[in-house]
Design a protein around this ligand. Structure first.
Ligand SMILES: Nc1nc2c(ncn2[C@@H]2O[C@H](COP(=O)(O)OP(=O)(O)OP(=O)(O)O)[C@@H](O)[C@H]2O)c(=O)[nH]1
Ligand SMILES: [Mg+2]
Ligand SMILES: [Zn+2]
Length: 364
């Protein structure tokens, strides 16, 4: 048996603290070992424990519920031996990053657990897609983590005026979210990121080719992750990283590098969407009618802000689209709510048609 101070020494760099130790107490008496999942790969996972990294089978932990499978970042109780050796349970998660797996089913997929900072990597090598940034941020807020946007490959935008405009565009898209620019190539901006991820656990998210693993290597100070050139000018990348990997950082903090995501479907993320569009929700509070849909009602503060140019109409459209998408995904798991939404759509006429279009387009 490892003494608890040895556990602290070995696992503190991975985020072990008194609260985790408390949560683990019942398993300690069963002779199980505490550890953090550093990688999951087809039913197997690598768990870092006080005695080193152990390979364990995850089948013991409710495999039928996709939200309750073991994932990278989980703190687990693992068997000290056995062939196979099993992960017996994971400790209650503080935060969880969940997306909807595909456009056809409303199944959630858990991407990372116990994350404090969600670092959304956005490549400056390709045209900014603000809608996608908003989508990532909605999931990030919903997870309980604090989001930050990192615009990568800043060396490819040498004109400081152009760069400042791009940053500003993202800042208006991300109220309350720090927006950094970095060049892993030249090291510019890395110091700010280092201090941001210097405590707690951070997860790197973004499209394939965004430069996540390059950032991970720069933060670790070693080539621990494979990096490959993006396929071509479309910047779609080639999905170099295929597993989620948890890495302790030399200057403190823990980093999870993830494979690039093709699609980020919302999964029950209404409050996350609300936080991404906090300025719209604030304006909505000033509308004359509390159930204002910001179409043609008198005294609508949202429309007034659009008319005066304070609120970009793109933002309002995007807000509506994500809210509808979220309603749809939630409704797919709740038939009664779905029929209510349908009625609502009929009543709202034009808005309802737009919603059906969104449904046909994305959530067939
Ligand atoms: N010019 C420039 N290129 C960069 C920078 N950071 C990364 N790249 C390049 O971008 C390409 C993709 O980088 P990766 O780090 O593999 O991207 P990724 O986000 O991990 O991709 P996936 O693992 O597929 O999700 C590589 O060719 C990197 O060399 C940068 O700061 N400047
Ligand atoms: Mg990668
Ligand atoms: Zn209104």
């Amino acid at each position: 048996m490892t003494s608890s101070s040895a556990v602290f020494t070995a696992l503190a760099p991975y985020g072990w603290d008194d609260a985790w130790a408390d949560a683990f107490t019942p398993y300690e008496s069963e002779g199980l070992l505490p550890g953090r999942v550093v990688r999951v790969d087809r039913g197997q996972c690598d768990v870092v424990t006080a005695g080193g990294v152990l390979r364990a089978d995850t089948a013991f932990v409710t495999p039928h519920d996709p939200l309750r499978v073991v994932c990278t970042g989980d703190w687990v109780a693992v068997e000290p031996g056995g062939n196979p050796r099993y992960v017996r349970t994971y400790l209650p998660r503080r935060t969880a990053f969940v997306r909807s797996t595909s456009s056809k089913r409303s199944e959630g997929q858990i991407l990372a657990a116990n994350v404090d900072h969600a670092v959304v990597a956005v490549s400056l090598a390709v045209e900014l897609d603000l809608g996608r940034v908003e989508r990532f941020l909605a999931l990030a807020w919903e997870s309980g983590a604090q989001p930050v946007v990192v615009l990568t490959k800043a060396d490819l935008v040498p004109d400081p005026v152009v760069l400042a405009h791009l940053v500003q565009d993202v800042e208006t898209t991300a109220p309350g979210v720090p927006v950094l620019t970095v060049s892993a190539l030249h090291g510019d901006g890395l110091d700010v990121l280092v201090s941001l991820v210097g405590s707690g656990t951070s997860v790197l998210l973004g499209q394939s080719g965004a430069g996540k693993s390059t950032l991970a290597n720069a933060l670790v100070g070693d080539d621990v992750m494979d990096v490959r050139a993006a396929r071509d000018v479309d910047g779609k990348g080639r999905h170099t990283t295929t597993t989620r990997n948890l890495l302790p950082l030399p200057s403190g903090g823990v980093l999870i590098d993830t494979p690039g995501l093709r699609g980020v479907g919302l999964f029950d993320a209404e409050s996350g969407v609300g936080q991404v569009f906090s300025e719209i929700e604030e304006l909505a509070g000033q509308c004359r009618f509390h159930d204002c849909v910001h179409e043609s009602e008198p005294g609508c503060a949202v429309r007034a802000a659009v008319d005066s140019g304070d609120l970009p109409v793109r933002r309002l459209d995007s807000y509506r689209k994500l809210m509808r998408e979220n309603q749809w995904i939630v409704a797919k798991t709740d038939a009664r709510l779905r029929s209510e939404i349908r009625k609502d759509w009929k009543r709202k006429g034009a808005e309802g048609r737009a919603a059906m279009e969104a449904k046909r387009g994305r959530w067939k």
